[in-house]
Design a protein around this ligand. Structure first.
Ligand SMILES: [Zn+2]
Length: 634
């Protein structure tokens, strides 16, 4: 895209700063969340957890958002990065382009490749057009392709919609056509031609049906190619990865499914090109394909950008390979989203238990009994029937249980039965809610005719590791409580630097801070960064903006900063004397906390060493000194 008024930028920091100047927190958030004004702030449903009542506040004056339920918070840029689940650099470069900032070549590593990419994209587009036209050429090879497509109920409409094509049964017809416009280098980089043995080039795809693979923006970046005869060495060939095609980041059909995924707040993942083409053409509009590769974390991030509830339907083949793909895929989804929370593990209607309504994602498995794959099912039973199946698709855990229980009659000997039980326990031990877990145990034990108590006992054994973990946490709870108190007091004190109308200068405040008063590791980082920035910023707003920029890659520091801004409000609108007194009070309160803690630690040690008299005496004196110090007696 070309802009009339390109602004030259000299550094990445400057770029971030310029972009932030143009981002208005209310504008940015309200593009994704409905906001309602209440007092000075706006409120809306937090998109980062399953929010039932508006817990997210947006403060236009501070330029930040904060969720009081899940703790998410940051500035406008942070919101975009988190909401879109992308690398912050990608977001920045995209915004730079949108706002018309021209970057020096060295800054954007992608920049030098920009022209190459542009040429590769237009070569792929030309190739797609060439293949598409050839499919209708009525030559013998193309006719074979057409026959196969007709057999699969692929109409001319579908062919046009997906720009399907045919690669001629010749060695270099595409190459001859495209070399009029493109260099060998570009065509090779785009994966359209290959070096031949005699030093020349030949077409990569020959005598195959061609399926263009488009990115989310609808640009053709690669091709899938299906053999016309089933005996062929490879049924499917794919473009290799290139500058424009990263197969772990691209899902087939994403460009045409985007709106439906957003509208239906869910996505159906299939395996093959023709599964997706059939599905979308028969009204299953939110289907995409992980064609030619297993589901990757990047795929999961890509789709979770468009479905707020992260409702993911896995719809693979119903054979054993398909079940394994389901298991693998769901593992990738769980791992990728584990930072956000738990996977939904039961249907409210299924088991009468109360849910907290907060899930990282919902995984369901669409596995209709008729037909081996979704394509076949949809062509024989219709899109409506498929959608009906999807609507009632079981949650992952129910699918896995059913799939295991299916073989219950094969387990006859005690050993076989034990093996079946261990498979079931493997599935059930992931259920976090104990009430739900026991409901499942009840259900399963009656199905496989195993004593409910025995099954529970086995499950408890499997749980022991986790229980042990919980107990450890329990023992630490008291310590945690007092240290949380201490952390809060430190945050409260540190927040004085962020009070927007502080009557005291940074220098004066810093003089008041005793050495070693901030002890929390993360808070020390924040304090040091404030010290560092204090000489370059003109006011607190600039300081806050700069701090967010510095912490852009560290989620925990970003959250601490947002917390601190909240705490700082207590110090607003104070007279200089009041402000100073408040700071001093906070310092002495914190000092008292530290002393209490040291005293307790000494007492603990004293208890431990009272067998050793000399050591005990020393401790006692130390303790006495500490107490004196506190009360001021000498
Ligand atoms: Zn939240």
């Amino acid at each position: 895209m070309y802009h009339i008024n390109m602004v030259q930028v000299s550094s990445f920091e400057e770029l971030i700063s310029l972009i932030k100047d143009r981002l208005d927190i209310v504008d940015v958030v309200s593009q994704h969340v409905a906001l309602k004004k209440s007092g000075a702030n706006y409120w809306g449903l937090c998109p980062f957890h399953n929010d039932k009542k508006p817990s997210m506040s947006v403060s236009p004056s501070k330029g930040i958002y904060k969720c009081f339920s899940c703790g998410a918070g940051g500035d406008a840029l942070h919101f975009l990065v988190k909401y879109q689940n992308r690398e912050y650099k990608d977001v920045i470069f995209e915004l730079a382009d949108k706002f018309g900032f021209e970057l020096p070549k060295k800054m954007n590593p992608n920049n030098e490749n920009k022209n190459i990419k542009k040429d590769m994209l237009s070569a792929c587009k030309k190739a797609a057009d060439y293949y598409h036209e050839y499919l209708f050429s009525k030559t013998t090879d193309a006719k074979n392709g057409m026959t196969l497509l007709e057999k699969r109920d692929i109409t001319n409409d579908i062919i046009n919609n997906y720009h399907l094509g045919f690669a001629p049964n010749k060695y270099d017809s595409l190459y001859k056509e495209l070399k009029k416009d493109f260099s060998d280098d570009i065509l090779e980089k785009a994966g359209l031609i290959l070096k031949s043995n005699n030093g020349g080039y030949i077409d990569r795809f020959r005598n195959r049906i061609i399926i263009p693979i488009r990115n989310e923006n609808g640009e053709t970046v690669a091709f899938g190619a299906r053999a016309v005869k089933d005996g062929e060495a490879a049924k499917y060939l794919n473009s290799s990865e290139s500058l424009i095609y990263n197969k772990s980041k691209i899902l087939f059909g994403m460009d045409t499914a985007l709106n439906a995924i957003k509208e239906q707040d869910g996505v159906i993942i299939m395996e093959g090109y023709f599964d997706v083409i059939s599905a979308q053409s028969h009204g299953v509009k939110n289907a995409v394909g992980s064609c030619g590769t297993a589901l990757t974390p990047e795929h999961v991030k890509l789709i979770s950008r468009y479905t707020k509830s992260r409702r993911i339907y896995l719809s693979f083949d119903t054979d054993k390979a398909g079940v394994n793909a389901t298991k693998r895929g769901s593992k990738v989804i769980k791992e990728t989203l584990s930072a956000i929370g738990n996977v939904k593990q039961f249907d409210e209607s299924h088991i009468s238990a109360v849910s907290d309504g907060k899930y990282a994602c919902e995984i369901r498995v669409v596995s209709p009994p008729q037909g081996k794959d979704p394509d076949e099912f949809i062509r024989t039973m219709g899109g409506e029937a498929y959608l009906e199946y999807a609507k009632n698709a079981p949650l992952l855990i129910d699918f896995l249980l059913n799939n295991t229980l299916k073989n219950k009659n094969d387990a006859k000997t005690p050993q076989e039965k034990a093996e079946l039980v261990s498979q079931i326990i493997d599935i059930l031990k992931d259920v976090n809610n104990k009430i739900i877990q026991s409901e499942y145990v009840k259900m399963v034990s009656s199905i496989i005719d195993v004593d409910e108590k025995a099954l529970l006992k086995e499950l408890t054994k499997a749980d022991i590791n986790q229980d042990y973990h919980y107990k450890l946490q329990d023992n630490n709870r008291n310590v945690t409580k007092s240290s949380q108190f201490e952390e809060k007091a430190q945050k409260n004190l540190l927040s004085v630097f962020l009070s927007t109308d502080s009557p005291l200068s940074y220098m004066r405040l810093n003089e008041m801070f005793p050495e070693n008063i901030i002890r929390d590791e993360k808070l020390i980082i924040v304090k040091n960064t404030i010290d560092k920035l204090s000489c370059t910023v003109n006011n607190v707003s600039e300081l806050i903006k700069e701090l967010y920029t510095q912490f852009i890659e560290d989620e925990s520091l970003t959250q601490i900063l947002t917390d601190l801004i909240g705490y700082s409000e207590a110090f607003n609108h104070l007279e200089p004397e009041e402000f100073e007194r408040a700071v001093k009070e906070n310092i002495s309160r914190l000092n008292k906390l530290y002393q209490e803690k040291e005293k307790k630690e000494l007492q603990e040690k004293y208890k431990q060493v009272n067998d050793d008299e000399i050591e005990a005496l020393k401790m006692q004196m130390l303790l006495r000194d500490k107490l004196k110090l506190r009360t001021g007696d000498k």
